[in-house]
Design a protein around this ligand. Structure first.
Ligand code: PLP
Length: 426
């Protein structure tokens, strides 16, 4: 059995031998909505937000929409009072459609288009995190002509490498933000422009951080950088955005982020910090709340190896297939969701229907003996699942998405069909 399953399965308790999501058995979800599908438990989404707020009471938590942009998921966070971090105008519109208030939305991203910037300024935005000279000059014109200065923060690519995340985003050459070496100049430039209101700084140095010490070191650096910006601006910053990056375990060699250590360290770190501190995680909030559910089409043997072939794979869940930047391919927690109580005595590769060996969701899964028709679930799939996947590859239909809340399952994205492929003739 995958080493993480004992701690993950209690969140999807077994009933009559099968996995449930928010109290609903997977067989019912599959019958009502078809497979493959993503199912998210709204209770877990809210519980993750509560966990983080309890660990870092000083933080104003924003949900990073890119992790799972389904408006129904975004709306769970918006209703719970979280802000929303968006990386495109389309995400901004989703955030608004999900009920996000404009002043609770911030916009970050290395290559924002002028039409995107214009749209969010016209419709209202809490902060824009500037990452280039062009953005500064365009926004200052917009703010200057509209009469209301545009609230901007400076995204900083810090000097010291404090990332430690799987995907490094700081301390080295990067397209994200301004190098710390030119921070003074950038802050002076912003403060000199009447069309802009300087709000603060933003550092996001890495994703999938599971080590509390690394996270706290990154936050400590951000506070140092904010102090420097204050000295240059000649006044306190209003916001310090510490980014997201809080990790969740996926592989057998990973463990949960130690939130008690984060809590103790954060309390120390934020003593004397008056600015509003923003955290903008995506994975931490949404990852554990979702499963990807697919049906077994066949189980076959090839030269001594067993293959469980599902009706969906990397086209819907690139991250689980190990093709989203993983250097070493390890297995996500995968379970035979139709036979949760049975001993995991079968060792098998779990693959999708695509004609490529890349379409492997687990290389060496321990499963309850699996038969055609069984449902298989990939856990920890609520973040960077569908939105980070090559859904056009081989033109299979889009999977359904379902949100379970208060014991009710709601279809939040209908399944695609063969007749209506993703791209159509003009
Ligand atoms: C600016 C920014 N904020 C937040 C996030 C969310 O990161 P995570 O899901 O690791 O918390 C990302 C991810 O790439 C990002 O680029």
């Amino acid at each position: 059995m995958h080493p993480l399953l004992p701690s993950l399965l209690p969140h999807f308790p077994r009933r009559d031998g099968e996995l449930t999501v928010g109290g609903i058995p997977v067989s019912r979800l599959a019958r009502e909505f078809g497979t493959p599908l993503y199912a998210y438990d709204a209770g877990i989404l809210r519980a993750r937000l509560d966990l983080l707020r309890a660990a870092v009471p000083k933080a104003d938590v924003y949900y990073s929409v890119k992790a799972n942009p389904n408006p129904a998921v975004v709306s769970v966070f918006a209703k719970a009072g979280a802000g929303l971090e968006v990386a495109s105008a389309a995400e901004y519109l989703r955030a608004r459609a999900a009920g996000g208030a404009p002043e609770r939305i911030l916009f970050a991203g290395p290559g924002k288009g002028e039409e995107e910037l214009r749209l969010v300024v016209e419709r209202g935005i809490g902060e824009i995190h500037v990452e280039s000279r062009e953005e500064i000059s365009f926004l200052s014109k917009l703010g200057g002509s509209g009469g209301r200065p545009v609230p901007v923060s400076v995204r900083v690519n810090p000097k010291a490498d404090v990332s430690g995340g799987a995907m490094r985003m700081g301390g080295q050459p990067a397209a994200f933000g301004f190098d710390e070496e030119i921070l003074d100049e950038v802050v002076r430039d912003i403060c000199a422009r009447p069309g802009l209101s300087f709000e603060g700084i933003h550092i996001f140095a890495g994703t999938q951080i599971l080590d509390a010490k690394v996270l706290l070191a990154q936050w400590a650096r951000a506070i140092e950088v904010a102090r420097r910006a204050e000295a240059v601006a000649g006044r306190p910053v209003k916001t310090i955005d510490l980014g997201g990056g809080l990790g969740v375990p996926y592989f057998g060699n990973e463990g949960e982020l130690d939130l008690a250590a984060v809590k103790a360290g954060a309390a120390e770190l934020f003593r004397g910090v008056d600015a509003r501190v923003i955290l903008e995680p995506g994975r931490f909030l949404a990852g554990p709340a979702g499963i990807y559910l697919a049906r077994t089409r066949t189980v076959k043997e090839s030269r001594g190896k067993t293959f469980v072939v599902l009706d969906g794979g990397m086209n819907h869940h690139l991250a689980a297939s190990g093709n989203l930047g993983q250097v070493i391919k390890r297995d996500y927690p995968v379970v035979n969701a139709s036979r949760v109580g049975e001993a995991a005595s079968q060792s098998a590769a779990v693959v999708g229907p695509l004609c490529t060996p890349l379409d492997t969701l687990a290389r060496d899964a321990s499963l309850a003996p699996t038969r055609a028709g069984d449902l298989v679930a990939v856990l920890q799939s609520g973040a960077y699942g569908l939105s980070a996947s090559p859904v056009g590859f081989l033109s299979h239909p889009m999977p359904a998405e379902v949100l379970v809340d208060g014991g009710r399952a709601t279809l939040i994205r209908p399944r695609g069909t063969f007749e209506k492929p993703i791209t159509e003739l003009p």
